[in-house]
Structures are given as C-alpha cells and as structure tokens.
Design a protein around this ligand. Sequence first.
Ligand code: ME8
Length: 519
Amino acid sequence: MSEPYYITTAIHYPNGKPHIGHAYETIAADVMARYQRLRGREVRFQTGTDEHGLKMAQKARDLGQTPRELADEMSFSFKNLFDVLNISYDRFIRTTDADHHRASQAIWDAMEAKGDLYLDRYEGWYSVRDEAYYDEKELVEGEGGEKLSPQGTPVEWTEEESWFFRLSNYAEPLLELLRTSAFLEPTSRRNEMIAFVERGLQDLSVSRTSFDWGVKVPGADGHVMYVWVDALTNYITGLGYPDGGELWDKFWPADLHLIGKDIVRFHTIYWPAFLMSADLPLPKKVFGHGFLLNRGVKESKSAGNVTDPMELAETFGVDALRYFLMAEVTFGQDGSYSAEALVTKVNAELANSFGNLAQRTLSMVAKNMAGKLEAFEPAGDDKALLAKVREACVVTLPQEFEALNFSVGIEAWLRAVFACNQYVDEQAPWALKKTDPERMKAVLQTLLIAIRDLAVAIQPIIPDKSTAVLDQLAVPMEQRDYAALADESWFAANVASGRNIEKPTPVFPRLELPEAEAA
Ligand code: ME8
C-alpha cells in the first residue's frame, strides 16, 4: 500500500480574476503533488475558491451583481486558469458547495458542544480586505494619519452582536505546538506567531450579523459564520467531514497546507485551535511562502498592478512559466517577476541548455546511428557522467523538493545538465563519427541515458515538456517515476525492438520578448 499524502493550497478569493500570486502558489503545490506521486505516494490535492464574506459581498454590490453571480464568474476563471496551468488537483472546492455548508455547521456544532462558543458583542477594528479583526495595539498609522492594519489595509470600526470562540483557552497548547514541532515552516515565520500568542490571545468573534453572505450559524437566526471559520473548514470538507469514510480515513490529517505569508496567523493559530476544540487531529505542516513582486512591487487586485497569468501562459507557454517561477524564487522568500527575467532564464536554462542537449543528442542518434540503439556498458568518463547525473536526479533534487527548496533542487538538476553539455563538448561525438564510430555510439548512448534521468526528475516542474522528451526516447509510461531511475530496461527494450529513434522536433523553442515588454 502506498503512503497517502494530502496537500492543499489556500482557497482564493474570487472577487476578481486570478493574479500571478495565485498562479505561483498553486503551481508550487502542483509541483509538490506531482513530486509525491512520482515517489509512489497516493496523493490527494485540493484547491478552490473562498466565496463568502464581506469582501465578496461589497465587491459584488459595487459591480451591481449578486455575490453568487460574482463568485460563479470568477471561480470559473480560477478553475480555468488552473486547468490551463496543468494543475493536477483532485478537487476544486467552492465554499458555496452544499457539502461545505454542512461541514462548516458540523465543526461549529462540535466547538459549541465543547463549550467553546458564547454569544456577546464585538466592538473593534475590522479589515475587509484582510477579512481580519485587529486589536487596537496592532494597528499602524498611514501617511495621512489614518489607522491601518499591520498589512497596510484600511480598517473600520465595527460593533455588532456576535458569537465568540474561546481562543484564549488554547494559548498553552498552541505555544507547545509552535515551539516544539516543525508545524510551521519556514522557521523564520515561527517566532512571529509565538510572540503573537505570548502577547495574550483574545477570544475571537466568529459570526457576523450586519450582512448575510455566508454559512448560516446553526440555531442562531441572523448570524452567518465569520468567513475564516468556513474557509479553513474547506480542508476537511473535501475529505468527507463530518461523515468520515475512505478519504477521511486515508488523508486526514493533511500533510501540508501551502499558503502565503500573509495568512499564517489564520492557519497556525485559529485553525489548530478550532481543530483542537472539535477534537480533530492537526495538520502535519503549514508552509508560508513569500510574495511574488512585479519588478519589486507587490501585485494585488486591490493595488491594481496585476499581471494576468493566463496571458503569460499564452505568451511564453505553461512550462516556461512554471519553470521560471519555481527556479527563480527561493521558496519561502519574496521574489520578483518580470517578462525580461523570464525570457532570459528560460532561454538560458531550458532552450540553450537542456533543450539543446536533448535536441543535438537525439539528432545525432537519428542521423549517425540510424536511430538504432545498441547494447553497451558505460565505463570511464561515461560512467562518471552518469553517476553525477544520477546523484542529482535521485538524491539531491528529491531531497530538496521534499523540503520545499524547489529552486535548490532545480539548481542541482541544472548543474547536471551543464555537466552533460560539457561532456558533449569534450567528447565531440561529431568528430568521432569518422575517427572512432564505436566510441561515438558509446558517447551518444551515455547521453541518452542521462537525458532520460534528467527528464524523469524534472517532470514535476515542466510536466508537458519532459513528457515530450521521454516520448522521443520511447520510455514506457510505467517507467517514468522516480523508482524507475534505477532501471535501464527501457534502454534494453529499445535495443531489442530495433525501434528507431526518430529525428527529433525541438521541445524547447527560444522565447522572444514581446515588443510591448521590450520597449
Ligand atoms: O487569502 N504572491 O485568499 P487570497 C504570492 N481566501 N502569493 C500570493 C500573492 C502574491 N503576490 N498574493 C496572494 C485568501 N497570494 C483567503 C485564503 S485559506 C483557508 C483562505 C497568496 O485570494 C495568499 O498568500 O487573498 C494566499 O495564500 C493565496 O494567494 C490566496 O490569496
């Protein structure tokens, strides 16, 4: 039985079209999901949209739509984008789904049965943009002297009848969780959360009465749940909570909630407290990644400097975009995006390095060996190159991906690509054609094996492009996972079948910077 692995992204607010930050997080989660599948784990991967709350209600009102109309339209944009980006999700959840309302009410009932909910009155600050309550002490002053949230968003004074959750009861277990486990990564985010709990936890307002776009609070007319109560519950709705069943038994607790750094508080304080209250096991890990900046400036729907990821995918190709985002940015830190940087990096590393390696090797095999493979035993330099490539593909890249150090894993892979190109230049198989054809065959076949290893290893990042290379090498589907990296039977099968390696079509064309971007 293969080991289960459950990974989730944040669910995105569909109050506008998706921006590149949404694409970034979801691609990273997809890379992890694909990586775990290639390791042989049984993966469940969930993403979706977070459709309730004041932010959605206000945006819909501004547009003259109902919240439901806005949610339907924009949720579709997210789903469509994720399909285009080749996101291998198992469920795209919408918090307006009927099973999600049931699950949210069930966790509410469980928290109430625990004695953790009580009715009172909320008087304090609220940021609609963050959908978050802030303590007076947390606020900062804006340029015009106005009060802002610590994230720099506007806050409004709010007074209404509200249900409260006894968050203050959970300070000790939360401190224990944050201090003694790897629950929250990267560790740089941990101290901030520990300090937040140490300053003292207030009970949390968990229902709203001034609008009705949300999940109804069971038995409390006029109350809808605070949007984060239902949003966080999406992670268990998708596994069949509260009914249980096969998905629940197999996949809860989640292995990884992948989220951005701005919502760490909700995931590492509120969510574990709700789960403890409902007597449910806690997720194993929350990872708060950094923000993607557009030439150094934060992109957001509210700031209006939004790059359309769909346009990027159309202009440069899905795998070029995936590769750039994962290779360019140290995962966990902020990173910067620009079309120039994308074109430069993808051309240097995919077109000129890996692409060129595959293209020239396969062309020479087609031309100089009539596409026929022959049995051979790598020795000397050939064996040394294959050992280096295999070390990168079997040891370093997986180790780094496992730890979410995607860019470091890709660097190891790229060093192996460079080593192969250096080997081609040193061995000069085109010259060997006349002087030593047997040696030429050994060199080209060594390269074919190296390219197979490199293409298998990099599949999570560039799934379509690596598939195209593996197809050209005639590697059978069932020999494309990480366990197969130790197995050369695909090569032997090609030898035995006498199958021709065809003249290849280039897999990684060079990208051009569109004129508008170059200007
Ligand atoms: O926060 N770079 O939704 P959201 C990288 N609905 N990541 C970014 C980003 C950027 N520029 N901008 C946003 C919400 N993100 C809630 C989540 S989960 C139960 C509810 C990330 O649409 C952000 O950090 O504002 C979050 O993880 C995700 O995109 C969705 O953001």
